[in-house]
Design a protein around this ligand. Structure first.
Ligand code: TYM
Length: 343
């Protein structure tokens, strides 16, 4: 088999498990839009098969998939420039995931911190899918021979595992460079947006308190309330980054502001140093509302035409299959498996 050099191809995924929050937006989706704008070849996937590693109500899941597609588009992803689709529409993902289940080692998956966090104390009761989740994620990326993956910092370990799987496969079957070693692209200012009530935890969809996160569709009043109630400390805004970094909640709010207005945290400190957070918070709420308000409005408009959203996803799936199916075919050939793909 001819081993070709991999061209730059960007892939990322988001789970359709309810509301997209500010962490997903600043840590991932906003970066997707930037990468698309730079003219890269980009694929963005709604990873619905990952979502079912924990229980999902089928009716809710279906509308969450459309909602996430609408969110992608409302944030600036354009189906003419990027391939937008859902994972379950392209069987290459599950086909390659099975193969990777046979490549990845139990010890590797046992070390995944996200599994430990999600399974909690009741590991015995977690689904096998939740355990094998990172092998499916590796399949998502490598089914397209993607070379770059924009993600938040929390996905770094999964990306390392993807590289380990790619390397082991290439070595085991002596196909140097068949699968690329994909690089994460992690946003510098917003690699990890933290929980508004506890600066030691990341902002997450699964936190029981809605006050801990800003959802992309929160209205103006709710955003203002959540920012006002966000935990800070008594100290004014410092002048030095070193002093800010010792204060996790304060650091988080400054980083959010910097990321929203595309400047550095140091620029924000220069503008606000010496001021109390009670002065800064209304400014933060203002930039949040001006960024998220139009997105929210657009999501609602798009959701009025669900058939158009489905059309975008169907067309995206056709394009995604065109890229991934020949790669799966080659993978089968390498493994000595049947070379025929039925669909
Ligand atoms: P998910 O759906 O949990 O999150 C989607 C993206 O949002 C980022 N993110 C954050 N970034 C900064 N601060 C936060 N508090 C924060 N919370 C979430 C995540 O890092 C992610 O980039 N396993 C992935 C989905 C996935 C995937 C893939 C990603 C499946 N297959 C292939 C890339 C490539 C996940 O659970 O993301």
């Amino acid at each position: 088999m001819k081993i070709k050099q991999h061209k730059k191809r960007i892939f990322s995924g988001v789970q359709p498990t309810g509301n997209i929050h500010l962490g997903n937006y600043l840590g991932a989706v906003k970066n997707f839009v930037k990468l698309q704008r730079l003219g890269n070849e980009t694929l963005f996937c709604i990873v619905d098969l990952h979502a079912i590693t924990v229980w999902q109500d089928p009716k809710v899941l279906q509308s969450s998939i459309r909602e996430l597609a609408a969110t992608f588009i409302a944030c600036g992803l354009d189906s003419k420039k990027s391939v937008l689709f859902s994972q379950s529409q392209v069987s290459s993902h599950v086909e390659l995931a099975w193969i990777f289940n046979c490549v990845a080692r139990m010890g590797w998956l046992n070390r995944m911190t996200q599994f430990k966090d999600k399974a909690g104390k009741n590991k015995e009761n977690a689904s096998v899918g939740l355990f094998a989740y990172p092998a499916l994620m590796a399949a998502d990326i490598l089914a397209y021979h993607a070379t770059h993956v924009p993600v938040g910092e929390d996905q770094k370990q999964h990306l390392e595992l993807t590289r380990d799987i790619a390397t082991k496969f290439n070595n085991d079957f002596q196909v140097p460079n068949f699968f690329p070693n994909p690089e994460p692209i992690i946003e510098q200012i917003a690699p990890r947006i933290m929980n508004l009530r506890d600066g030691s935890k990341k902002m997450s969809k699964s936190d029981t308190s809605d006050m801990s996160r800003i959802n992309i569709q929160d209205n103006k009043d709710l955003i203002a309330l959540k920012v006002r109630k966000a935990k800070t400390d008594q100290e004014p805004i410092p002048e030095d980054i070193v002093d800010l970094e010792k204060r996790p909640e304060a650091n988080n709010l400054i980083n959010i502001y910097a990321s929203l207005i595309d400047c550095t945290p140091k620029d924000v400190l220069t503008e606000y140093c010496g001021q109390p957070f009670s002065n800064f918070k209304p400014k933060l709420a203002e930039v949040l509302v001006s960024e998220l308000g139009p997105i929210s409005k657009k999501i609602n408009q798009l959701l009025e035409h669900p058939d158009e959203i489905d059309k975008v996803l169907n067309e995206g799936a056709i394009k995604a299959k065109k890229i991934s199916e020949p790669i799966i075919k080659d993978t089968y050939k390498i493994l000595g498996l049947s070379n025929n793909i039925s669909n």
